[in-house]
Design a protein around this ligand. Sequence first.
Ligand code: KG4
Ligand code: ZN
Length: 334
Amino acid sequence: MPVTILAIESSCDDTSAAICQNGKMLSNCVANQSIHERYGGVVPELAGRAHLQNIVPVVEAALDQAHVTMKDLDAIAFTQSPGLIGSLLVGAQFAKSLALSLNIPLIAVQHMQAHVLANLIDDPKPEFPFLCLTVSGGHTQIVKCSHPSALEVIGETLDDAAGEAFDKSAKLLGLPYPGGPLIDKYAKQGNPLRFKFPEPQIPSYDFSFSGLKTSILYFLQEKTAANSNFIKDNLADICASIQHRIITILLNKFKKAAIETSITQLCIAGGVSANSGLRESFEVMGEKNGWSTFIPAFAYCTDNAGMIAITGYYKYLDGDFSDLNVTPSARSEW
Ligand code: KG4
Ligand code: ZN
């Protein structure tokens, strides 16, 4: 009998539903919320309301695309933490109600673990143990994964996440939210070595991006005081130089972790792993050192229910189910 799981992800500003059968993804539907663009960031209150509007049509679309009906479902997985509490509550409440009405198990999934396990959706898959650099809008972590249920954070950001470093830099350049994809776009035409930004010297596997943000702010203040068109005239080189520094901060730490743990299977995950410069530099680093590198398909890098479904599938195999009185949590519970 196949194991069919419906997964729901609603931790931030995207409402997503996916169907996976025996670990194979049959559908992965995402409704984006464009409403936040005009505010320069996600407005939690609006995100919660939009999830309420989107969740039923998104779940229906996921079932339709997978050619699956409610009665084929064996379990409901949902994002339990971390995230915006109003957003998490919508997905959690929907998942609970459905599990209760269908009388099937409920599976609570941790969003950051799911980003890591997105690497187990498509072939080729990494062998265990592997290291994953998870880079999203809210988190930056290096995770050691010895088994789908054995994940250990060995390094993380002390302040801003990598995605925030992209988005806050973009904001300083006058670009709309989320600025990460735009920096990526302009960086393609720019010289990454034109402007030099500092690399923090932290001995552990931890990251820091707040110093970079401050140095970019002072750099732009000084340059625009001398030439008010500085940003417009040099946008591609500025974006390429900022992106280059964010990538070197990330990959130098990841390389150190790989060398010191002797783990040769390396993955990246999270929204920032959609960055073309990071993807390329990561693959070059793997080739140079004889390491195997893995990056999930684009649709499984940014927030998506597919990654919740694959994590839910492994939890299903372990019999790791949740009580119906489980509550979502804004903070990460690893
Ligand atoms: O994982 P994600 O979709 O949501 C969170 O859980 O945070 O990550 C969103 C982050 C945003 O900061 C966005 O700017 C960044 O991923 N991002 C990118 C790119 N695409 C998305 N950053 C740099 N280059 C990209 N191409
Ligand atoms: Zn995420």
